[in-house]
Design a protein. Sequence first.
Length: 226
Amino acid sequence: MRIIWHGHSAFELQDSLTTLIDPFILGNVMCDVELDDLKPDVIAVTHGHSDHLGDTITLAQQTGCKVVAVNEIAKYLQSKGVDALGANIGGSIEIGNVRYTLVPATHSNGIDEAGFGWDAGSPAGWVISDTVVAYHAGDTGLFSDMALVHEMYKPKAVMLPIGGRFTMDINQALIAVKMLKPQLVLPMHYNTFDVIKADVGKFQRMVEEQTDAEVVIMQPGDFIDI
Ligand code: ZN
């Protein structure tokens, strides 16, 4: 699996399928790509906030890709003509040989672009089981059931928010790593805006001193193969 970071919480997993997670592209000052550069098979959305749902509708309309999301967001996307598949926390959607499983996230939810006029259901994280298992935590505070994500899915790579204010900060994300026990940690959701500045180097040092995990600090456009 190749994991590419496009800034903020947007990742592209290139494996048996190309999965794009939370494609916040046009409004994202940290993003390295244009919409036309992206050719996902599947877009996985964690929740309806504009920095996560992002450019999902435009991309799905341009490419005809499938979108997976919690049921309420899937219904909103279907109303826009998108080929969206809904599920709910604990459930999975299988596309090709890839399994997309919705897991909890402690956050709020709402569809910004719809003026919060649609119920966006529960916010979520995604466990994506392709040839490698990867976990994208979405926007979340720390919660102890991350230990269950390890017990049930054993993700090798985890994408964790560290920016604080709206999500975990670096100290909370360190505890998350101890529960998730991954091989690889990719920090996200930091430094995009002033209010989510984080000392990613300190996070890397703490994690690598206290756990067996490796933290890879990426720049937008960087990738890692796992
Ligand atoms: Zn959010």
